[in-house]
Design a protein around this ligand. Sequence first.
Ligand code: TMP
Length: 226
Amino acid sequence: MPRKPARGALITLEGVEGSGKTTQGRRLLARLRCLGLSVIWTREPGGARISERIRRILLDRRHREMGANAEMLLYLAARAQNVEQLIAPALHQGTIVICDRFSDATCAYQGGGRAIPMPTVTSLNRFATGGLKPDLTLFFDLSPEEGFRRLGRRGRRRLDRLEVEQAAFYRRVRKSYVALAEREPGRVKRLSASGSPEEVQDRVLEMVEPFLRRRGFLKTGALRPS
Ligand code: TMP
């Protein structure tokens, strides 16, 4: 079994709806587990039990009257609980945490999408996370139009409260993600989410491998099948 570094690593996955980040997160989890690494997957809003209950309130289509401030505070409440109960203890034990969305989603959706002033979003995010920042963020970039075409093709479930928002909202969200990737290129890696799941997975592993090696989780380039 590979030796566990003293602190784990927080890898977050971001992108607009239909960008495939959830599928890719699951694949990454399986791949890292195959290598014998200690790794968990969680999501936001959600993860911890209370956070999953908050998720249900947030995504309920009937809650049309929800204001932007209440919405943001609910995302942050869900995050605070998930960090305290699940993410921070796992990192403390040296575990790698893959989190499907995290604080950057609040910057992109509430800051960019809902136009809540960024300094407010940033300082409340810091309060909710206790200052915890992702070590690596993969931004799955796809036009919102293509994302929704994909969701439609999957014939998945009915669209949730946020998915029925207008296209302009999602264009602002994407623009914020792009700006974040430009502002923090060391942490936020932008990758194209178009193509087959296998092609995207290859791009994911290409970015995760050097990171894990740098952090002492991988001794060789064993992540990608040769
Ligand atoms: P999901 O589609 O990844 O399950 O995420 C649920 C929705 O919540 C998605 O539309 C993005 C939105 N969201 C925010 O608006 N702010 C946040 O902080 C998070 C974590 C998600």
